[in-house]
Ligand binder design. Structure first.
Ligand SMILES: C=C(O[C@@H]1C=C(C(=O)O)C=C[C@H]1O)C(=O)O
Ligand SMILES: NC(=O)CC[C@H](N)C(=O)O
Length: 768
């Protein structure tokens, strides 16, 4: 039987797939499955192209999005002209938010900016008394729904039949309507938000109305005939439209096998978090650390010390020149000069040492390179341990969707991603007090196990806590600190407000860059030791890559991140977006922080990102739930509002994706962009941040706002957001610190400036 087909038109919104999944969950006419085909608002250049496709669909749903339907195709694509001609006259349509506004506008209604804008706010929607049928069949007189809009239907034309309203500071506002003589319906609110009630009923009612309408007007019969004439062609047509949005996977999923060479040696150790750093300090070899310097529920339970060796392969991507280098860690034949010539295309392969390769590929293909690199290394061993070896490293902000490294190719080349393949590691479970020395090839360094065997304090909490290093940096070093310019910040803030008032974004995470130059280089390890003492956090990371010998062109990253971006195991993904920040003073209690963090401003800020994260997950996975809703977490210098979202289904044979796909797909982290992601990222990168961060590299964020973590050989992964970190591209001769926060229409300049400084201080304080 041919399913009930819905054409969904997406305006590059960050809530799209929340709606799409809601539609797919419904059954029409009791038992007909619903199939949704999603296209973008610019997939077709005009209505003539789209009209030929309509007979394949039972109805059209026009989703939310940035922009204003009044501004035409450039702003909202085909949504600007969907309703103006007769092409859709008989087609049942549901417009949501932007789609609703476009529909009403086409009928002669006026669209204007709201006086008081609502982004991520819950309101009672009141049905006009006689309208509790049709799309509102079975509804109570009022129900709660989330609003995300700057614009509204300020004057409804006579063609618009009002169905629902809400009241706020703006007066009474139109929240739902039907168009006269057309099977067209629309809602201004967002039925798909996780804080909206009865969203599924609205969709179900609409789909049923669409079915009944099509039976009446003959469209149902036409679609049936089209299908019966050539079912294969019908299917191909839908597949072709589905393919207009790239949902390919990085590599074909397979079941890895157990490998005998994997060795694990266990020690009982103290549960004290400082153990990791104290132990690291005793290991003279190079190491990368993903440590918990603050153990808390569900995060920071594990610490990892990854030990690179001469067999470790280093993958580095430079999107400025679309090239990836692959070589062995500290291979004496791989020099800075060789890399530089290879990246600029000045050398040929015959000159390359054996371990060295350069791939000409864009950042999107880099993910495939990662996947190919790992496919023969994935094993089924030790699923209970989060990391057993594998790729560790960092992916910068510009690796994400819609962001580009805008530093010209003839300027200094900045890596956007660096990952090192690790065969040996120490993994510590702080909750059970277990330490594992793991080798993927049964060659764990003997001198380290010997050191552990002889170590007398591994089990002694007090001795573990007693770290010997200072919380101060060496007194003979001074620091030149270039802070963000307040005037520039104020100007960017005001322009951000204009964009949000115009409806181009609902939330913008505006960030600044601070540069610190020490009078004398301090080793990254010494810097990190002080940083973690000053600002302990569950996701502290230390990466001094030093992957090429004899060069200062080396990437280092010292992070004290409070925020997990994405963790995955065999079936489940977990994301923990933080949105909402209160500075800690001697007088703020947790209760007071909670009261502030639950005000409309912080609530809306968090909800928008929560819905965005649901969307990013729903795009690939069928089962997404909000496990924790806006809880307060306490850190050294601030309180933060955190939500936890979980998605299941990675192990399902119906899901072609792996955790790596989810990671690729959901970068950059929504908590660092704002919503909708595409428009917000572009406004930030092209219009707001270049001037504000003139000292930085042409408006790029670099490692800040990216992620750091691992993809383990046993298939698991865990990545934290690159915030509260220092990073350097020149081995610590100068450091960059990013700090920022999400702006909404409820933000005040002073409040946001304070928040940005509070975050900046969490790292900058180490220089005092
Ligand atoms: C932008 C930063 O932090 C992000 C923004 C937050 C906010 O707006 O409340 C909170 C945590 C991070 O997701 C930063 O620390 O620089
Ligand atoms: N969520 C939306 O669809 C928003 C529509 C429109 N851009 C507005 O801001 O009002």
């Amino acid at each position: 039987m041919v399913p009930f087909n819905v054409l969904f038109i997406d305006s590059y919104d960050s809530f799209t797939f929340n709606v799409v999944r809601l539609i797919e969950k419904q059954l029409v006419n009791g038992d007909e499955l619903v199939r949704v085909t999603t296209i973008r608002n610019d997939t077709f250049a005009d209505m003539k192209q789209l009209v030929g496709e309509l007979d394949y669909f039972d109805c059209v749903i026009v989703g939310p999005g940035p922009g204003n339907p009044v501004n035409g195709f450039d702003d909202v694509g085909i949504v600007s002209c969907l309703f103006s001609g007769d092409e859709l006259a008989e087609v049942p349509v549901l417009g949501i938010c932007l789609g609703f506004q476009a529909m009403c506008y086409s009928q002669g209604s006026a669209i204007d900016e709201l006086e008081t804008i609502k982004h991520g706010q819950v309101y009672p929607i009141e049905l006009l008394s006689e309208k509790r049928f049709g799309i509102f069949d079975g509804y109570p007189a009022t129900f709660k729904s989330v609003r995300y809009h700057s614009l509204h239907v300020s004057r409804a034309s006579p063609m618009v039949i009002p169905l629902a309203t809400t009241d706020d500071e703006n007066g009474s506002l139109l929240m739902a309507a039907k168009i006269k003589q057309r099977p067209w319906y629309g809602v201004q609110y967002h039925p798909e938000s996780c804080c909206s009630e009865l969203g599924d009923r609205l969709i179900k009612n609409f789909l049923q109305l669409a079915y009944d309408e099509n039976v009446r007007n003959g469209r149902h019969e036409r679609k049936k005939q089209l299908y019966e004439q050539n079912p294969a062609h019908f299917g191909e047509k839908l597949a072709e439209l589905d393919g207009t949005i790239d949902h390919s996977c990085i590599f074909k999923k397979f079941k890895p096998v157990e490998k005998e060479e994997v060795s694990v040696r266990k020690y009982n150790v103290s549960k004290v978090a400082e153990l990791t750093l104290k132990l690291s300090d005793k290991i003279p070899d190079a190491k990368f650390i993903m440590a918990s310097s603050k153990v808390a529920d569900h995060r920071g339970e594990w610490s990892i010390i990854a030990l690179p060796n001469e067999r470790s392969v280093v993958l580095t991507h430079y999107s400025q020149v679309n090239r990836t280098t692959i070589y062995k860690w500290r291979d004496p034949k791989v020099t800075e000069e060789l890399i530089s010539r290879a990246l600029n295309g000045e050398s040929n392969e015959a000159e390359f040492p054996e371990s060295f390769q350069v791939l000409h590929e864009d950042k999107s293909h880099f993910w495939i390179t990662m996947g190919e690199f790992m496919t023969d290394k994935l094993v089924s061993n030790h699923q209970e341990i989060p990391f057993i070896g594998g790729l560790v490293g960092t992916l910068g902000y510009e690796m994400g969707y819609y962001v580009y490294n805008t530093v010209p190719a003839d300027e200094r080349l900045i890596p956007d991603a660096k990952l090192v393949y690790i065969e040996n590691c120490i993994v510590i479970d702080h909750t059970s007090g277990q330490l594992y020395c793991i080798s993927l090839c049964d060659q764990f360094p003997a001198h380290i196990t010997q050191m552990l065997d002889e170590c007398e304090w591994l089990n002694d909490d007090n001795q573990c806590r007693d770290v010997s290093w200072s919380d101060q940096l060496p007194a003979d070093v001074s620091f030149d600190i270039q802070m963000p310019d307040q005037e520039q910040y104020a100007s960017a803030f005001r322009r951000a407000q204009e964009y949000m008032h115009r409806g181009d974004s609902y939330e913008l995470c505006l960030t600044t860059q601070t540069n610190v130059t020490p009078s004398k280089r301090i080793t990254p390890w010494r810097m990190f030791q002080t940083l973690v003492r000053r600002n302990p956090a569950p996701f502290s990371s230390f990466f001094e890559f030093s992957d090429v010998l004899n060069t200062d062109n080396t990437l280092c990253l010292l992070s004290t991140s409070p925020e997990r971006f994405l963790k995955w195991d065999a079936d489940t993904c977990e994301l923990r977006p933080i949105k909402g920040t209160v500075k800690k003073t001697a007088h703020t209690t947790r209760e007071q922080a909670l009261a502030i963090l639950r005000t409309p401003k912080e609530f809306g800020e968090n909800l928008m990102i929560l819905d965005l994260i649901r969307n990013d997950l729903y795009e690939l996975l069928p089962d997404v739930t909000v496990r924790e809703f806006m809880v307060v977490e306490e850190y050294q210098t601030m309180y933060q509002l955190v939500s936890v979202v979980e998605a299941r289904g990675l192990s399902s044979p119906r899901v072609p994706y792996t955790g790596l796909d989810v990671l690729r797909h959901s970068l950059p982290p929504g908590s660092m962009t704002g919503a909708p992601k595409k428009s917000s990222v572009q406004l930030l990168q092209l219009h707001l941040e270049p001037e504000l961060n003139r000292g930085a590299l042409a408006g790029t964020r670099g490692l800040y706002s990216g992620v750091t973590g691992y993809w383990s050989a046993n298939g698991r992964g865990d990545w934290s957001v690159n915030i509260r970190l220092l990073h350097t591209y020149n081995n610590g001769h100068s450091w960059h610190i990013g700090a920022g926060g999400a702006l909404t229409v409820l933000s005040s300049l002073d409040g946001e400036l304070q928040e940005m400084y509070t975050k900046l201080q969490s790292t900058l304080q180490m220089f005092n």
